[in-house]
Ligand binder design. Sequence first.
Ligand code: SAH
Length: 242
Amino acid sequence: MTLSPDRDPMGTAIRDYHRTGSARQLRVCSTMFDEDELPVPHLFRTRKTLPPLEVEALDLARGRVLDVGAGAGCHALPLQNAGFEVTALDISPLAVEVMRERGLRNVVLGDFFTDDFGHGFDTILMLMNGIGICGGLNELPTFFHRLDHLLADGGSVLTDSCDLRFVLGDEEGNIDPEEFDGYYGEVDYRMCYAGIEGEPFNWLYVDFSTLSAAASASGFVAECLREGVDGAYLARLVRAPR
Ligand code: SAH
């Protein structure tokens, strides 16, 4: 399902920043955290300002690339400029409009899980906690099934996520499971921007060993390529050899 333009707070913030060079506060609410702000310029990071995990993902891209949840296009654009054939996918109509205005040639308004936007991709990028679109652990089998359909032979997914135990746990990162209804990385969010309230949605932060177990159960292999701060990591997902 794609978003309606009048219920698209992040897309509106992206469009404002693109058109005027500034934006109001993009607020992120959750029952699990204090209200926070997502700085809109962050969605326009460049090769120079991308975090090391994301630069490494760009350097590993090859062949036909699909950027899932491409936002303002901050990964798709440098790859297209480097000569890659890139498809940028997003459920936000306003983000899609901005990506087209920024010069991306192949931008699709669509949902990763339900829409048809081609297949045979050599690299699928899902960055800025991109695997979060799964919403919960129970969606991971569907997610891997979808990847199997989308990936070319020998293709791989590059995605980052983080282990929230370092944010939600005690000083040693120990989690009290009683405190959470389900897995501690399943977060409910709602975004607001300039009086526009988005629909609530769930976002999954998954620790590497849970991701790895889910991958094997679905015929994939997860490899941790690099660890960042506070439990962040970059992973590669490929089909398990037969
Ligand atoms: N990758 C970008 C944006 C990350 S924000 C960056 O690193 O800056 C996550 C993006 O995923 C948002 O733009 C949101 O609209 C998009 N998104 C969420 N669910 C999606 C889905 N099911 N299919 C495609 N895109 C999705």
